[in-house]
Write a protein that binds this ligand. Structure first.
Ligand code: ATP
Length: 355
Protein backbone atom coordinates (compact mmCIF):
# COMPACT_ATOMS: atom_id res chain seq x y z
CA UNK A 1 0.00 0.00 0.00
CA UNK A 2 1.22 3.51 -0.80
CA UNK A 3 2.03 5.90 2.05
CA UNK A 4 -0.92 8.13 1.18
CA UNK A 5 -3.81 6.74 -0.83
CA UNK A 6 -6.62 8.85 -2.15
CA UNK A 7 -9.60 7.03 -3.62
CA UNK A 8 -12.49 8.52 -5.60
CA UNK A 9 -12.25 11.89 -3.86
CA UNK A 10 -14.87 14.42 -4.90
CA UNK A 11 -15.74 17.88 -3.64
CA UNK A 12 -18.51 20.21 -4.76
CA UNK A 13 -19.28 23.80 -3.88
CA UNK A 14 -23.00 23.99 -4.63
CA UNK A 15 -23.34 22.84 -8.22
CA UNK A 16 -19.65 23.48 -8.95
CA UNK A 17 -17.45 20.38 -9.00
CA UNK A 18 -14.03 21.32 -7.58
CA UNK A 19 -12.67 17.74 -7.36
CA UNK A 20 -14.01 14.93 -9.47
CA UNK A 21 -13.05 11.34 -8.62
CA UNK A 22 -9.41 11.90 -7.68
CA UNK A 23 -7.33 8.70 -7.48
CA UNK A 24 -3.78 9.19 -6.26
CA UNK A 25 -1.11 7.13 -4.50
CA UNK A 26 1.87 8.91 -2.94
CA UNK A 27 4.94 6.88 -1.99
CA UNK A 28 6.84 7.35 1.26
CA UNK A 29 9.59 9.98 0.92
CA UNK A 30 8.27 11.22 -2.41
CA UNK A 31 8.14 14.88 -3.47
CA UNK A 32 4.85 15.16 -5.33
CA UNK A 33 3.74 18.36 -7.03
CA UNK A 34 0.11 19.22 -7.85
CA UNK A 35 0.24 21.42 -10.93
CA UNK A 36 -2.47 23.09 -12.95
CA UNK A 37 -4.03 26.39 -13.93
CA UNK A 38 -5.91 28.61 -11.51
CA UNK A 39 -9.15 27.01 -10.30
CA UNK A 40 -8.24 23.42 -11.28
CA UNK A 41 -8.70 22.17 -7.71
CA UNK A 42 -5.12 21.68 -6.55
CA UNK A 43 -5.49 23.76 -3.36
CA UNK A 44 -8.81 22.05 -2.61
CA UNK A 45 -7.07 18.67 -2.90
CA UNK A 46 -4.23 19.74 -0.57
CA UNK A 47 -6.72 21.16 1.93
CA UNK A 48 -8.75 17.94 1.82
CA UNK A 49 -5.58 15.98 2.68
CA UNK A 50 -5.03 18.41 5.58
CA UNK A 51 -8.66 18.08 6.72
CA UNK A 52 -9.18 21.84 6.24
CA UNK A 53 -11.77 21.04 3.60
CA UNK A 54 -14.14 18.09 3.90
CA UNK A 55 -14.68 15.99 0.78
CA UNK A 56 -18.19 14.96 -0.28
CA UNK A 57 -17.08 11.50 -1.34
CA UNK A 58 -13.97 9.38 -1.26
CA UNK A 59 -11.30 8.16 1.11
CA UNK A 60 -7.89 9.34 2.26
CA UNK A 61 -5.67 6.73 3.88
CA UNK A 62 -2.39 7.89 5.44
CA UNK A 63 0.14 5.33 6.67
CA UNK A 64 -2.56 2.66 6.72
CA UNK A 65 -5.01 4.81 8.74
CA UNK A 66 -8.25 6.10 7.25
CA UNK A 67 -8.07 9.84 8.00
CA UNK A 68 -11.03 10.85 5.78
CA UNK A 69 -13.17 12.02 8.70
CA UNK A 70 -10.43 13.12 11.13
CA UNK A 71 -10.12 16.73 12.24
CA UNK A 72 -6.93 18.53 11.09
CA UNK A 73 -5.44 18.41 14.60
CA UNK A 74 -5.53 14.61 14.58
CA UNK A 75 -3.74 14.29 11.23
CA UNK A 76 0.03 14.09 11.10
CA UNK A 77 1.27 16.87 8.83
CA UNK A 78 3.01 20.24 8.74
CA UNK A 79 1.78 22.88 6.34
CA UNK A 80 3.22 26.02 4.74
CA UNK A 81 0.97 28.55 3.02
CA UNK A 82 1.69 31.06 0.27
CA UNK A 83 1.20 34.03 2.57
CA UNK A 84 3.72 32.92 5.28
CA UNK A 85 0.91 32.92 7.87
CA UNK A 86 3.27 33.63 10.76
CA UNK A 87 1.88 35.15 13.95
CA UNK A 88 3.06 38.78 13.69
CA UNK A 89 2.97 39.36 17.45
CA UNK A 90 5.11 36.31 18.23
CA UNK A 91 8.91 36.14 17.93
CA UNK A 92 10.51 33.77 15.44
CA UNK A 93 11.26 31.37 18.31
CA UNK A 94 7.63 31.37 19.47
CA UNK A 95 6.37 30.95 15.91
CA UNK A 96 8.59 27.91 15.35
CA UNK A 97 7.71 26.53 18.78
CA UNK A 98 3.97 26.98 18.25
CA UNK A 99 3.13 23.36 17.40
CA UNK A 100 5.49 22.04 20.08
CA UNK A 101 4.05 24.30 22.81
CA UNK A 102 0.54 23.23 21.97
CA UNK A 103 1.73 19.66 22.59
CA UNK A 104 3.06 20.76 26.00
CA UNK A 105 6.60 19.66 25.28
CA UNK A 106 9.38 20.29 27.84
CA UNK A 107 10.63 23.93 27.59
CA UNK A 108 14.31 23.05 27.34
CA UNK A 109 13.61 20.54 24.58
CA UNK A 110 11.46 23.09 22.76
CA UNK A 111 14.29 25.63 22.87
CA UNK A 112 16.72 23.06 21.50
CA UNK A 113 14.32 22.00 18.75
CA UNK A 114 13.73 25.63 17.70
CA UNK A 115 17.49 26.14 17.49
CA UNK A 116 17.90 23.02 15.34
CA UNK A 117 15.04 23.98 13.05
CA UNK A 118 16.33 27.51 12.49
CA UNK A 119 19.75 26.10 11.66
CA UNK A 120 18.15 23.66 9.26
CA UNK A 121 16.47 26.47 7.31
CA UNK A 122 19.55 28.70 7.33
CA UNK A 123 18.41 31.23 9.94
CA UNK A 124 20.51 30.44 13.02
CA UNK A 125 20.23 33.00 15.83
CA UNK A 126 17.05 34.64 14.56
CA UNK A 127 14.95 33.51 17.56
CA UNK A 128 14.32 37.00 19.03
CA UNK A 129 13.30 38.65 15.77
CA UNK A 130 9.72 39.33 14.74
CA UNK A 131 8.19 38.46 11.34
CA UNK A 132 8.03 42.12 10.28
CA UNK A 133 11.83 42.32 10.60
CA UNK A 134 12.32 39.52 8.06
CA UNK A 135 12.24 39.42 4.26
CA UNK A 136 9.59 37.34 2.49
CA UNK A 137 12.07 34.54 1.87
CA UNK A 138 13.17 34.55 5.53
CA UNK A 139 9.56 34.48 6.70
CA UNK A 140 8.91 31.50 4.46
CA UNK A 141 11.97 29.74 5.94
CA UNK A 142 10.50 30.35 9.42
CA UNK A 143 7.15 28.97 8.23
CA UNK A 144 9.00 25.89 6.96
CA UNK A 145 10.83 25.51 10.30
CA UNK A 146 7.48 25.77 12.10
CA UNK A 147 5.91 23.16 9.83
CA UNK A 148 8.80 20.74 10.37
CA UNK A 149 9.32 21.31 14.10
CA UNK A 150 6.93 18.57 15.20
CA UNK A 151 8.60 16.06 12.80
CA UNK A 152 5.40 15.54 10.82
CA UNK A 153 5.04 12.49 8.64
CA UNK A 154 3.70 14.59 5.78
CA UNK A 155 4.74 18.06 4.62
CA UNK A 156 2.10 20.05 2.70
CA UNK A 157 3.20 23.15 0.78
CA UNK A 158 0.56 25.45 -0.71
CA UNK A 159 2.28 27.66 -3.31
CA UNK A 160 5.07 28.40 -0.81
CA UNK A 161 7.18 30.35 -3.30
CA UNK A 162 4.67 32.38 -5.24
CA UNK A 163 4.82 35.51 -3.06
CA UNK A 164 8.62 35.77 -3.43
CA UNK A 165 10.68 37.65 -5.99
CA UNK A 166 12.21 35.67 -8.86
CA UNK A 167 15.71 35.30 -7.40
CA UNK A 168 14.52 34.32 -3.93
CA UNK A 169 12.02 31.89 -5.45
CA UNK A 170 14.74 30.01 -7.35
CA UNK A 171 17.02 29.99 -4.30
CA UNK A 172 14.36 28.74 -1.90
CA UNK A 173 13.08 26.10 -4.29
CA UNK A 174 16.46 24.38 -4.37
CA UNK A 175 16.80 24.77 -0.59
CA UNK A 176 13.39 23.18 0.00
CA UNK A 177 14.19 20.31 -2.35
CA UNK A 178 17.59 19.72 -0.67
CA UNK A 179 15.95 19.83 2.76
CA UNK A 180 13.29 17.36 1.71
CA UNK A 181 15.96 15.02 0.32
CA UNK A 182 17.83 15.24 3.60
CA UNK A 183 14.82 14.64 5.84
CA UNK A 184 13.05 12.21 3.51
CA UNK A 185 9.67 13.61 4.55
CA UNK A 186 6.83 12.79 2.14
CA UNK A 187 5.92 16.12 0.58
CA UNK A 188 3.00 17.37 -1.48
CA UNK A 189 3.33 20.83 -2.99
CA UNK A 190 0.81 22.91 -4.93
CA UNK A 191 1.99 25.23 -7.67
CA UNK A 192 0.75 26.72 -10.92
CA UNK A 193 4.34 27.31 -12.07
CA UNK A 194 5.40 24.58 -14.47
CA UNK A 195 9.12 25.39 -14.18
CA UNK A 196 8.92 25.06 -10.40
CA UNK A 197 7.16 21.71 -10.78
CA UNK A 198 9.70 20.39 -13.28
CA UNK A 199 12.62 21.53 -11.10
CA UNK A 200 11.36 20.17 -7.78
CA UNK A 201 9.12 17.15 -8.27
CA UNK A 202 9.80 13.45 -8.21
CA UNK A 203 6.38 13.17 -9.82
CA UNK A 204 3.97 15.77 -11.11
CA UNK A 205 0.19 15.48 -10.98
CA UNK A 206 -1.26 17.66 -13.76
CA UNK A 207 -4.81 18.78 -12.97
CA UNK A 208 -7.56 20.52 -14.88
CA UNK A 209 -11.19 21.13 -14.00
CA UNK A 210 -11.02 19.04 -10.81
CA UNK A 211 -9.60 16.02 -12.59
CA UNK A 212 -6.17 14.48 -12.92
CA UNK A 213 -4.87 14.68 -16.46
CA UNK A 214 -1.57 12.88 -16.06
CA UNK A 215 0.81 11.70 -13.34
CA UNK A 216 4.48 11.15 -14.09
CA UNK A 217 8.09 12.20 -13.59
CA UNK A 218 9.06 15.62 -14.96
CA UNK A 219 10.87 14.14 -17.98
CA UNK A 220 7.98 11.81 -18.74
CA UNK A 221 5.38 14.58 -18.52
CA UNK A 222 7.47 16.81 -20.76
CA UNK A 223 8.56 14.19 -23.31
CA UNK A 224 5.41 12.10 -23.43
CA UNK A 225 2.42 14.32 -22.63
CA UNK A 226 -0.73 12.23 -22.36
CA UNK A 227 -3.03 14.72 -24.06
CA UNK A 228 -3.15 18.13 -25.74
CA UNK A 229 -3.82 19.99 -22.48
CA UNK A 230 -0.65 18.60 -20.86
CA UNK A 231 1.41 19.18 -24.04
CA UNK A 232 0.30 22.81 -24.12
CA UNK A 233 0.35 23.59 -20.39
CA UNK A 234 3.81 22.14 -19.80
CA UNK A 235 6.34 23.44 -22.28
CA UNK A 236 3.89 25.27 -24.51
CA UNK A 237 3.55 22.59 -27.16
CA UNK A 238 2.26 23.96 -30.45
CA UNK A 239 -0.75 21.79 -31.27
CA UNK A 240 -1.24 20.83 -34.91
CA UNK A 241 -4.23 19.10 -36.51
CA UNK A 242 -2.78 16.60 -38.94
CA UNK A 243 -4.09 14.09 -41.45
CA UNK A 244 -2.08 10.98 -42.32
CA UNK A 245 -0.59 11.13 -45.82
CA UNK A 246 1.29 7.87 -46.31
CA UNK A 247 4.05 6.27 -44.24
CA UNK A 248 5.61 8.78 -41.85
CA UNK A 249 4.00 11.77 -43.54
CA UNK A 250 1.17 14.03 -42.46
CA UNK A 251 -0.63 16.93 -44.01
CA UNK A 252 -0.87 19.94 -41.69
CA UNK A 253 -2.77 22.80 -43.33
CA UNK A 254 -0.98 23.45 -46.63
CA UNK A 255 2.14 21.56 -45.58
CA UNK A 256 3.21 17.98 -46.18
CA UNK A 257 5.52 17.10 -43.31
CA UNK A 258 7.58 14.08 -42.38
CA UNK A 259 6.84 13.01 -38.80
CA UNK A 260 7.98 10.72 -36.01
CA UNK A 261 6.07 7.44 -36.11
CA UNK A 262 3.61 5.93 -38.55
CA UNK A 263 0.68 7.91 -39.91
CA UNK A 264 -2.04 6.05 -41.74
CA UNK A 265 -3.54 7.57 -44.85
CA UNK A 266 -6.47 9.90 -44.15
CA UNK A 267 -6.38 9.40 -40.38
CA UNK A 268 -6.82 12.64 -38.42
CA UNK A 269 -4.65 13.06 -35.38
CA UNK A 270 -3.26 15.81 -33.22
CA UNK A 271 0.50 16.39 -33.24
CA UNK A 272 2.64 18.83 -31.29
CA UNK A 273 6.00 20.52 -31.63
CA UNK A 274 7.89 22.25 -28.83
CA UNK A 275 8.95 25.89 -29.35
CA UNK A 276 12.62 24.96 -28.90
CA UNK A 277 12.34 22.26 -31.60
CA UNK A 278 11.36 24.68 -34.36
CA UNK A 279 14.52 25.50 -36.29
CA UNK A 280 15.58 28.53 -38.25
CA UNK A 281 16.56 27.71 -41.81
CA UNK A 282 20.32 27.30 -41.99
CA UNK A 283 20.31 25.28 -38.79
CA UNK A 284 18.24 22.54 -40.47
CA UNK A 285 19.40 19.44 -42.30
CA UNK A 286 18.82 20.19 -45.96
CA UNK A 287 15.64 22.17 -45.31
CA UNK A 288 13.78 19.23 -43.76
CA UNK A 289 10.10 20.06 -43.27
CA UNK A 290 10.82 23.70 -43.95
CA UNK A 291 8.34 26.44 -44.79
CA UNK A 292 7.96 30.19 -44.78
CA UNK A 293 6.30 31.95 -41.85
CA UNK A 294 5.61 35.57 -40.96
CA UNK A 295 6.80 37.03 -37.70
CA UNK A 296 3.90 38.35 -35.61
CA UNK A 297 5.83 39.09 -32.43
CA UNK A 298 9.34 38.72 -31.09
CA UNK A 299 10.11 38.75 -27.36
CA UNK A 300 13.80 38.98 -26.47
CA UNK A 301 14.38 37.11 -23.21
CA UNK A 302 18.17 37.19 -22.95
CA UNK A 303 19.54 33.74 -23.77
CA UNK A 304 16.68 33.13 -26.17
CA UNK A 305 13.81 34.86 -27.91
CA UNK A 306 10.22 33.72 -28.26
CA UNK A 307 9.00 34.36 -31.78
CA UNK A 308 5.30 34.11 -32.62
CA UNK A 309 4.82 33.04 -36.23
CA UNK A 310 1.94 32.95 -38.66
CA UNK A 311 2.53 29.69 -40.52
CA UNK A 312 0.59 27.77 -43.20
CA UNK A 313 -0.37 25.14 -40.65
CA UNK A 314 -4.08 25.28 -41.34
CA UNK A 315 -6.17 26.49 -38.48
CA UNK A 316 -4.74 29.99 -38.14
CA UNK A 317 -3.27 29.26 -34.70
CA UNK A 318 0.14 30.92 -34.54
CA UNK A 319 3.26 28.86 -33.85
CA UNK A 320 5.54 29.88 -31.01
CA UNK A 321 9.21 29.22 -31.68
CA UNK A 322 12.11 29.61 -29.28
CA UNK A 323 15.37 30.60 -30.90
CA UNK A 324 18.69 30.82 -29.15
CA UNK A 325 19.97 34.39 -29.15
CA UNK A 326 23.19 33.08 -30.69
CA UNK A 327 21.28 32.00 -33.82
CA UNK A 328 19.47 35.30 -33.98
CA UNK A 329 22.62 37.43 -33.80
CA UNK A 330 22.73 39.66 -36.84
CA UNK A 331 19.34 38.52 -38.20
CA UNK A 332 16.51 40.94 -38.67
CA UNK A 333 13.56 39.52 -36.79
CA UNK A 334 10.72 41.97 -36.46
CA UNK A 335 6.96 41.81 -36.91
CA UNK A 336 6.17 41.47 -40.60
CA UNK A 337 9.48 39.77 -41.49
CA UNK A 338 9.38 36.45 -43.35
CA UNK A 339 11.45 33.58 -42.02
CA UNK A 340 12.20 30.14 -43.35
CA UNK A 341 11.75 27.73 -40.47
CA UNK A 342 11.39 23.98 -40.15
CA UNK A 343 10.36 21.18 -37.89
CA UNK A 344 12.75 18.20 -37.80
CA UNK A 345 10.67 15.06 -38.31
CA UNK A 346 11.71 13.57 -34.95
CA UNK A 347 10.23 16.60 -33.18
CA UNK A 348 6.82 16.40 -34.85
CA UNK A 349 5.15 14.05 -32.39
CA UNK A 350 1.69 12.54 -32.24
CA UNK A 351 -0.41 12.89 -29.11
CA UNK A 352 -2.20 9.83 -27.76
CA UNK A 353 -5.76 9.77 -29.01
CA UNK A 354 -8.53 10.37 -26.51
CA UNK A 355 -9.91 7.10 -25.16
P1 ATP B 1 -5.55 28.75 -7.49
O1 ATP B 1 -4.14 28.53 -7.94
O2 ATP B 1 -6.19 29.91 -8.19
O3 ATP B 1 -5.74 28.76 -6.02
P2 ATP B 1 -6.55 26.06 -7.46
O4 ATP B 1 -6.30 25.06 -8.54
O5 ATP B 1 -5.77 25.89 -6.22
O6 ATP B 1 -6.36 27.49 -8.06
P3 ATP B 1 -8.85 25.78 -5.83
O7 ATP B 1 -8.51 26.85 -4.84
O8 ATP B 1 -8.67 24.37 -5.42
O9 ATP B 1 -8.09 26.03 -7.18
O10 ATP B 1 -10.35 26.00 -6.27
C1 ATP B 1 -10.97 25.16 -7.23
C2 ATP B 1 -12.29 25.77 -7.61
O11 ATP B 1 -13.19 25.71 -6.51
C3 ATP B 1 -12.18 27.23 -8.01
O12 ATP B 1 -12.99 27.45 -9.14
C4 ATP B 1 -12.72 27.97 -6.81
O13 ATP B 1 -13.37 29.16 -7.20
C5 ATP B 1 -13.70 26.98 -6.21
N1 ATP B 1 -13.76 27.14 -4.75
C6 ATP B 1 -12.74 26.95 -3.89
N2 ATP B 1 -13.14 27.15 -2.61
C7 ATP B 1 -14.46 27.50 -2.68
C8 ATP B 1 -15.47 27.83 -1.71
N3 ATP B 1 -15.18 27.84 -0.41
N4 ATP B 1 -16.69 28.10 -2.17
C9 ATP B 1 -16.98 28.07 -3.48
N5 ATP B 1 -16.10 27.76 -4.43
C10 ATP B 1 -14.86 27.47 -4.06
Amino acid sequence: MAHLEITQLSKRYGAFVALDGIELAVERGEFLVLLGPSGCGKTTLLRAIAGLERQDEGRIVHAGRDISQLSPALRDYGIVFQSYALFPNLSVADNVAYGLNSRRADRRLVRKRVEEMLELVGLPGSQPKYPAQLSGGQQQRVALARALATSPDLLLLDEPLSALDAIERVRLRSEIRALQDRLGVTTIMVTHDQEEALAMADRIVVMRGGRIQQVGGPQEIYRAPGNDFVADFIGRGNLLDATGAGPQHVRVGDLLLRCAGPASEGHRQRFYVRPEDIRLHGTLDQGENSFYAHVLKCEFLGAYSLVTLQAPTGDGRPLVAQFSSNYLCGREIHPGATLRVGIPAEHLRPLPEAA
